[in-house]
Design a protein around this ligand. Structure first.
Ligand SMILES: [Zn+2]
Length: 306
């Protein structure tokens, strides 16, 4: 009992000398109390950080009310299972995505008319982006001995894929010219249209996958360069899969009044007709699938290299 308390106390407080070398039970009790209080403080700090971020996100209108609630629940599950590093990486993805979206949406007015959006990300968006990272953080904490590396790579592949897709989309809309359909480069599509890509957008997506993979490797202490390549490749391919699904199976509608081709079922206050893809598959479902694909690819590449 003494040694367990002592080692934990050493990790938390660097009080090795006091806790291990002494035989005084009073100091053991002190070590136990200090450890307990440090854990209570740690858990409280995590909760406080989540609460502050949620309030900030809501006030800054990065998410609507339900979106903030969903993000808070996912944040709680990730920070209490995966821990700080999982949470910090997801937070960086969220911040980069939100800032880019704000900047781009200010510039491209036509974007809003195509998507009929109120400019706020909803709970569906949060779930599409946060589900697989949350799932892998939980698996990481349940099976630390057997599934740790797989869960970590699944998490990173999924997150890198979403990062690459987000940056690719926003950079393409801000700097790129007229996008072309990824499945048929001869067909031009409106800016922001799912399945549309620009060269500068793809380069931006690749750059972000590279930067995010290096950052992830540093934070998780991955020393092999092949681990970084694994993440870059899985993330970039994941974002390409997102575009391909967006161009093929995602539902597209035509407004009966103004004739615009859109991705939402309603336009100009009327129900639009389905012209392509499948009705249940909207942008959120595509994001959900491609984030899963990024995670699965990272696990496959990791298994092949180890
Ligand atoms: Zn219309």
């Amino acid at each position: 009992m003494r040694s367990i308390i002592s080692i934990h106390s050493y990790k938390k407080f660097n009080k090795k000398d006091i806790c291990i070398l002494t035989n005084l039970s009073g100091l053991d009790i002190m070590c136990a109390v200090m450890q307990l209080s440090s854990e209570v403080i740690d858990l409280s700090v995590r909760f406080l950080v989540l609460l502050l971020i949620s309030i900030f996100t809501y006030r800054k209108k990065y998410l609507d009310g339900k979106g903030v609630f969903a993000a808070f629940i996912i944040g709680v599950l990730i920070i209490y299972t995966g821990g700080w590093v999982f949470f910090i990486l997801l937070f960086i993805f969220m911040i980069v995505g939100s800032i880019l979206t704000k900047i781009v949406r200010k510039k491209s007015v036509d974007w809003v008319s195509y998507f009929n959006s109120n400019g706020l990300r909803s709970w569906k968006n949060v779930l599409a982006n946060g589900f697989w990272p949350m799932y892998s953080a939980i698996i990481y904490s349940i099976y630390p001995d057997t599934h740790k590396m797989y869960a970590m790579f699944f998490f990173l592949g999924s997150l890198t894929s979403m990062m690459s897709d987000t940056v690719s989309t926003e950079v393409g809309m801000y700097l790129g010219g007229a996008p072309v359909l990824i499945t048929n480069p001869k067909v031009h599509v409106p800016k922001g249209f799912s399945g549309g890509v620009t060269l500068i957008g793809l380069l931006g997506g690749l750059m972000s996958a590279i930067l995010f993979s290096y950052l992830s490797a540093i934070l998780f202490g991955l020393s092999s360069i092949y681990d970084v390549y694994t993440l870059i490749l899985a993330g970039f391919i994941g974002s390409i899969i997102d575009s391909i699904l967006g161009a093929t199976v995602q539902a597209k509608y035509r407004c009966k009044l103004c004739g615009s081709v859109i991705e939402t079922r309603y336009h100009c206050g009327e129900e639009a007709e389905l012209v392509k893809g499948f009705e249940p598959i909207d942008n959120h479902v595509v994001n959900f699938i491609s984030s899963l694909a990024g995670g699965v690819l990272a696990v496959i590449f990791y298994s092949l290299l180890h």
